[in-house]
Write a new protein. Structure first.
Length: 130
């Protein structure tokens, strides 16, 4: 009688579908984080400029002895551009923090098991006669 041997899993380094923990820690991610931080700062500055361009005050003189009429005009396109750029800057900052953390360190956690289901065991059948 020959006994079946359990299948042998390949080493984690030779299996391309299971990247090891060393692939996350890459120091070049620090430069990516720096670039994203610079882009976030530029998007913030341009977003604030767009917002200020979207709000205009207009003063209309009414006549002698009457106070002028002061109106505020809002330009929706410029304000939407400002809000959009600030939102993009926020996402860039979040990703820059993530990239910086991945450049410095990674979380240490064990790899998941290769086999998640246990091999079935055959139990001796109980004798129905007793």
């Amino acid at each position: 009688m020959s006994t079946a041997e359990p299948p042998v899993a390949p080493a984690p380094s030779s299996d391309p579908t299971r990247p090891g923990p060393a692939r996350l820690h890459q120091p070049w991610r620090g430069f990516v984080a720096l670039g994203e931080a610079v882009l976030a700062a530029a998007a913030t500055v341009v977003g604030v400029l767009c917002w200020h361009r979207g709000v205009t005050t207009m003063v209309t003189p009414l006549g002698p002895g009457q106070p002028p009429l002061v109106s505020t005009i809002f330009y929706g396109g410029w304000m939407a551009a400002g809000i959009g750029l600030i939102t993009v800057a926020a996402f860039l900052v979040l990703d820059a923090v993530r990239q910086a953390l991945l450049a410095v360190r990674t979380r240490r956690r064990p790899l998941p098991p290769l086999v998640t289901v246990a091999e079935p065991t055959t139990a001796a059948e109980p004798d129905p006669a007793g």
